[in-house]
Design a protein around this ligand. Sequence first.
Ligand code: SF4
Length: 360
Amino acid sequence: MDTKTKEEMESQQYRFAGSHSAVKVCGWTKNMIRGRGGCYKLKFYGIMSHQCLQMTTCLSCANRCLFCWRGHKEPVAKEWQGDVDEPDLILTRSIEAHIKLLQGFGGNENADKKVLEQSQTVRHVALSLTGEPLIYPKLNEFLALCNKQNISTFMVTNGQYPKHLADMDQVTQLYISLDGPNEEVWKKIDVPLFKDSWDRMLQSLDLMSTRKDRTCIRITLLKDMNMIEPEGYAKLIERGSPDFVEVKGYMFVGASRQILDKSNMPYHEDVVEFTKDLIQYLDDYEIVSEHIPSRVILLAKKKFKINNKWMSWIDFKKWHNLVNSDKDFSTEDYLLPTPETGLSGKGTKDKIEKDECELD
Ligand code: SF4
């Protein structure tokens, strides 16, 4: 990456941790410290947004998704290039940079003092900031380090590296981003570098269906672009057989504003309508919950409804005990009840002018 791009990223509050990793404080981490509520992953899974470190172990990506907030000068590459930093260095420096970025809240009278104090201890890593974290060659060592430090891990991949996915150890929750109901639409939205990109995506979905982690497919909906053919999405979802599906509206943020228009951002009502169409083709799933500020709906496999109660939250204590033991375990072994479920019937049409900053 050239110095100018690096400087631009730093001016956008990115911080580098070694030669190929970066950190940026998520808008929801800040919201939580200000007492304005947490992200949708708090509502859906129990992630404490104020104790979340948003980062990547690899800045470059093999896709140039239209809706991505990352700058279009940021590196693109098909394979790993350059040095390989040690996992310990990446995690230590990332946490240091994250805590330093939060320092400004010390003198902020709107900050909740107790929450701010808790935010100094990172309990979760969202490997999704920018780039493709999956291709970092020492990823499994990095994950083991997180496990040892009782830090849970959510990993988001673009589905372009099935071999890396096959070699990856268990994470707390694995995501594949799926942004089209068929090859043609998906390629238009994700603009992949690989010639066999669709094949790679299908292979990744096949692998997802065999994984022991909690798994999730995330669909980013763009109005007038990929909100079509729910049956096509359903077939791909069935192929990946994830535990969860998140159907989420595109957010008009970052560099995507240079390519897309604000009108490509669906209202929450639009996301609800599309999800209702989609669920008709998915016998194994039901709608669990929604998060209106992020315009996202959660679907889960019916097996997560136990005794008529949704169980999509993570029992982190159990997760850490299990992952740090030699025991073989499954997603059902670390569940907690979902505190708030259902669709409220409320929408976003009247408050579209000022959007929350949603980075993940
Ligand atoms: S990075 Fe993701 S999980 Fe972490 S606080 Fe932000 S939205 Fe929530």
